[in-house]
Design a protein around this ligand. Sequence first.
Ligand code: PRP
Length: 207
Amino acid sequence: MIRIALTKGRIEEKTLSILEKAGYDCSDVRNKGRKLLLSIGDNIEVVLSKSADVITYIEHGVCDIGIVGKDTIMEHGKTFYELLDLGFGKCRFALAGLKGKNFYDGYSHKVIASKYPTVTKNYFNSRGIDVEVVKIEGSVELAPLLGLADAIVDIVETGSTLKENGLEVYEDIANVSARLIVNVASIKLKREEINEFIDRVSAQIEK
Ligand code: PRP
């Protein structure tokens, strides 16, 4: 038996269509109601959860395979194997702020607002720049508009949220998409089942 932790929402929907194309019966998941532990076929259990919890389940070994965004992996991930880029949920991390402003102007240290404080700190550390990071839970784009921050680090997909709020990308930080991760012990103990699952899924990924 293998157990898969699947991120609820957009990733869930795309993953289910890939699994169905790969021949897995996802009717239990599609008709889940309020049920949280579901099955696809005889040997595979699926848990639906928030993205950060997917990482927790994989690191604690209570699930073998996780499907989660690279953004969450970069913010919360530590020890597991990242084996597959699923090719959907594509977007990027970017540094953004008020349009037309030069971010590096002036000598004062910069304040950056983000839902992703670790990603933000790692990015500026790697460039040897000291910044203050303010953690925001949603609508981070408000921070430069309210004067709370000099810039934000956030996910940009179409760019329309930035545009509609008079903001622009200053720098691209990293590409993001949905990834398949595996617990380090599971890869040894359940090699055959995990490889079969990964082979069937990767055959359905749009290149
Ligand atoms: C994300 C992100 C941006 C927006 C970018 O937010 O934080 O706000 O999407 O998308 P765009 O470039 O296509 O406009 P999300 O929709 O996940 O909502 P949240 O702010 O509540 O997290």
